[in-house]
Design a protein around this ligand. Structure first.
Ligand code: CMP
Length: 144
């Protein structure tokens, strides 16, 4: 894993991430300060089902493969995120997540994640909507 961009160009990059669309310049500055940037090769494991989770990952480029505990596979791409569940409830990782391609990501630690949720309501709303959708999809997969 390695850092991939100087701090100075972070905000310009953040503006292109769909999850951050519509946020103010001040809010983007805050995210730029809180998030670390990461580049990983294909095959890198970013979360392990059952393990303690410490970070939220936001995909800038590339694809991640999520394998849920019942073996279902879900692909996530640019603008999507993962790792929020453990940070929200303190429980173990619900799925294993690996880089399916080389990836560039933003990473927020537990404290930074909560700081953003508390100060950026539009982002909180987007994360809650995506989480809601994930529950619906999982329910549909179980009952299919
Ligand atoms: P967390 O449980 O912290 O770590 C594994 C992550 O995989 C989880 O957070 C979600 O971000 C993601 N994840 C788990 N289940 C699904 C799903 N059904 N669809 C998309 N992403 C998922």
């Amino acid at each position: 894993m390695s850092l991939w961009r100087s701090k100075s160009s972070k905000v310009a990059m953040l503006e292109k991430v769909p999850l951050f669309k519509g946020l103010s310049r001040r809010q983007l500055d805050l995210i730029a300060r809180l998030a670390d940037e990461l580049e990983v090769p294909a095959g890198e494991r970013l979360a392990k089902a059952g393990a303690t989770g410490h970070e939220l990952f936001i995909i800038v480029d590339g694809q991640a493969s999520v394998t849920t505990r019942n073996g279902r596979k879900v692909r996530l791409g640019p603008g999507e995120f993962f790792g929020e569940m453990s940070l929200l409830d303190g429980g173990p990782r619900s799925a294993t997540v690996e880089a399916a391609t080389p990836m560039r990501l933003l990473v927020l630690g537990h404290r930074e994640f909560w700081s953003l949720l508390n100060t950026t309501p539009p982002l909180t709303g987007k994360i809650m909507r995506a989480l809601s959708q994930r529950v619906r999809d999982a329910e549909a997969a179980v009952t299919a």
